[in-house]
Design a protein around this ligand. Structure first.
Ligand code: GUN
Length: 283
């Protein structure tokens, strides 16, 4: 039997509706959640992402401001802007779009964002809180991936979860979130030996390696939940995940499509983090 699709777009729309309702209630008390997005340079993909974030803020009823800075912006200028946004009461969340131009040190910028406004969840203190299990703003793509697993109705506790990929942005935080949900977690990466045999033991398989259709049927246990975080542009212009969707469909129990799986969840989780940050300050 073919796997059930995990419809990220539909789930994302449902969560956005919940956010809109909560935002309206907060607005009635005089609080408007606010997000500041900073884009340095004119990377085309980043421009599109930033535009989508701005649009989503409008749909949620949030206040938003976007700072589009030139490529040659100095690090000190960017840090000065972050200081200003840290102090600005109408802004509850700050997101600096990555990647940054080479002359700007990414770590210095992430470290400068107030932890309370770290809606990307990339600050080292947010990461520490995630590991310890304290309440923190969770990184958006990992949080969205977990939400999609939960919405299948499968209980994560006690399951073997295999994460392929160990990036700071997805692989490592997803592994930590799965551990928090009481899964038994294995992390595979580019140096892992016998990866397909390990992956094939997974009840839950999360793939985030950035290689189009690299994960085929031989990696998937029958009935497994497969979460494909990859979004890769093929030479013909189409999008493909890291998972060979067609090959895995007859084997998996549940699988996310690309596009329309994890992708739509990322901005939704950003909206959720911004609302959470606003509620923390204003109740
Ligand atoms: N660039 C690609 N994805 C992201 C993200 O989730 N946050 C930020 N800040 N930059 C990104």
């Amino acid at each position: 039997m073919a796997a059930q699709l995990i419809e990220g777009k539909k789930i994302s729309d449902e969560i956005r509706e919940e956010i809109r309702v909560e935002t309206a209630a907060l607005a009635a008390k005089g609080v408007i959640p606010g997000l500041a997005v900073v884009l340095v340079g004119d990377d085309p993909a980043s421009r599109v992402y930033v535009g989508s974030k701005e649009k989503a803020c409008g749909q949620m009823g949030f206040y938003s401001e976007v700072h589009r800075l030139p490529e040659q912006t100095k690090q000190e200028e960017l840090l000065a802007l972050i200081d200003k946004l840290n102090a600005q009461s109408t802004v509850h969340g700050i997101l600096v779009q990555l990647p940054l131009p080479k002359h700007i040190e990414e770590k210095a910028v992430i470290d400068a964002i107030s932890v309370d406004k770290d809606v990307d969840g990339f600050h080292p203190i947010s990461t520490g809180n995630l590991v310890i299990g304290d309440d923190s703003l969770l990184p958006c793509t990992p949080a969205g991936s977990i939400e999609l697993i939960k919405r299948t109705g499968i209980d994560i506790a006690g399951k073997h979860a295999v994460v392929i990929g160990r990036s700071n942005i997805v692989g490592k935080p997803v592994a930590m979130l799965l551990l928090r949900e009481n899964a038994t977690v294995t992390v595979c990466h580019s140096r892992t030996q016998g990866m397909a045999d390990i992956a094939k033991q997974a009840d839950i398989l999360v793939v985030a390696i950035g290689k189009a259709t690299a994960i085929g049927a031989e990696y998937v246990k029958p009935g497994a939940v497969v979460i494909d975080v990859g979004i890769n542009r093929l030479p013909d212009g189409k999008l493909a995940g890291d998972v060979d969707f067609e090959a895995v469909l007859p084997i998996a129990g549940y699988v996310t499509p690309v596009p329309g799986g994890v992708g739509p969840m990322t901005i939704t989780m950003l909206m959720q983090n911004t609302l959470k940050a606003a509620k923390r300050i204003h109740g």
